[in-house]
Design a protein around this ligand. Structure first.
Ligand code: ADP
Ligand code: ASP
Ligand code: MG
Length: 423
């Protein structure tokens, strides 16, 4: 029999009625002759609510306890779904990440999966059961419960699909697929039929949260075919897979923005060899990931160095930056949380340098100031004020008329509520 993995996001299991609808979809896959493994997220905003409760008690909750708390959200969803599927007349059993054999490292809050021991799942499948697994969690090599980072249920699903040699992994969410921009910000964005792992990696790392970055990395490494689609309709969504000939014609795959990072600036850093090494050694010691780095031209033997880090890591970084300023003799450091990164992603950027100019023109026409710029062969990113982000995404999307440029791609925004009106 063929195994398929289906993952349902928070909105898709938000209440009893939605859970019943998911149960019916799972049962339908079962009737079609598949062995089904289902991964669930926590219901609605449960993860945010649990997180807020912990932060009401203290600004820096104990990481082990916070992880244990957050995994409760997925456990509620998994057991309710198992109840619903059983009630619909199909045998189903739910398993926590730990019970499902998802082994992680010990990095609480952003643990990496290092092994999957799917013995219990395989046994349940062989007994004819539909298997439900709580997403976003595992058990560490130190036997503690861990979480995989926000959006981590996507990674649970892809990793299980790889471990079970599933035919494919379906990611059911609240939009009909991967779009050329967040369809809530750009209502005229088009749904992509297919997107390569590489382009999806760039989109995910640029803030298109429809798939967690780690999930895309895992899918690429293990060759898992991922189908992102709506849990509200039956229409096909977006396939994330190896690049094919048709996709090569796609000049630009999309625009994304990300306001989850903060800009750190070290001011008046002495311009001499070894200073950048000292700065980023200090950042690395704190285990803080750095995104974009810009160093200005030196004046009077001093220069400014700016870089982006995840906003929640700022408080951890501040003491070492203070120390560093004294050690290297810089003038000071500042942090700006009020920034966003807007990125244009597409394989065509490599061979069409005019795309760069086009992006900058579109932003200039909106009078949006660029604080930092970085480019790769398939991505251009600019740091701007956070308040300008949605306007910037719409302007760049419009400038490249992405739906036409990109070739045969569907328009589809039915059922998607724009968050803001397009001017
Ligand atoms: P889930 O709870 O199902 O995991 P998420 O909220 O994590 O759902 O991800 C889906 C959301 O991602 C959509 O509601 C949409 O607003 C947002 N999104 C951002 N960029 C894109 C994009 N390029 N294509 C589709 N959705 C996107
Ligand atoms: N519930 C977790 C979160 O909100 C994991 C997920 O939804 O994938 O981040
Ligand atoms: Mg998600």
């Amino acid at each position: 029999m063929s195994v398929i993995v289906q993952k349902y996001g928070g909105t898709s299991v938000a209440d009893a009625n939605r859970i019943r609808i998911v149960a019916e979809r799972v049962a339908a896959a079962r009737r079609d002759g598949h062995d089904v493994v289902v991964v669930v997220s926590a219901m609605g905003d449960t993860t945010d609510e649990l997180m807020a409760m912990a932060h009401e008690l203290t600004p820096l909750p104990n990481p082990r306890e916070l992880d244990l708390l957050l995994t409760a959200g997925e456990r509620i969803a998994m057991s309710l779904l198992a109840v619903a599927i059983n009630a619909a007349g199909f045998p189903a059993a739910s398993y926590t990440g730990s019970q499902a054999g998802i082994i992680t490292d010990t990095a609480h809050g952003q643990a990496k999966i290092i092994d999957i021991r799917p013995g219990r799942i395989l046994e349940a499948i062989s007994k004819g059961s539909i298997v439900i697994v709580a997403g976003f969690q595992g058990v560490s090599t130190a036997y503690d419960v861990t979480t995989l980072g926000r959006g981590g249920s996507d990674t649970t699903a892809v990793a299980l699909a790889a471990a079970l040699s599933a035919d494919f992994c379906e990611i059911y969410t609240d939009v009909p697929g991967v779009f050329t921009a967040d369809p809530r910000v750009v209502p005229e964005a088009s749904k992509l039929h297919a997107v390569s792992y590489e382009e999806m990696l760039e989109l995910a790392s640029s803030g298109a949260r429809v798939l967690q970055l780690r999930a895309v990395e895992y899918a690429r490494t293990h060759g898992v075919r991922v189908h992102v689609r709506s849990s509200f309709t039956d229409e096909p969504g977006t396939w994330v897979t190896e690049e094919d000939v048709r996709m090569e014609q796609a000049m630009i795959s999309g625009v994304a923005s990300d306001d989850s990072e903060a800009k750190v600036t070290l001011e008046g850093v002495p311009d001499r060899p070894g200073v950048a090494a000292a700065v980023f050694a200090a950042v690395a010691r704190d285990g803080v990931p750095v995104d974009m780095i810009v160093q200005n031209v030196a004046r009077d033997g001093r220069t400014d160095i700016s870089f982006l880090v995840p906003e929640p890591d700022l408080s951890r970084l501040a003491p070492s930056m203070d120390r560093l300023v004294r050690e290297v003799g810089a003038l000071g450091f500042g942090a700006d949380r009020d920034v966003a990164k807007i990125s244009l992603v597409g394989a065509g950027i490599r061979s069409h340098p005019e795309v760069l100019a086009g992006m900058f023109e579109a932003l200039a026409a909106e009078d949006i100031n660029l604080q930092m710029i970085s480019t790769s062969s398939i991505r251009i990113s600019c740091v701007i004020r956070a308040a300008d982000a949605d306007r910037a995404v719409r302007a760049v999307h419009r400038r490249f008329a992405i739906s036409e440029e990109a070739g045969p791609r569907e328009r589809h925004t039915d059922g998607v509520q724009p968050l803001k009106d397009v001017p």
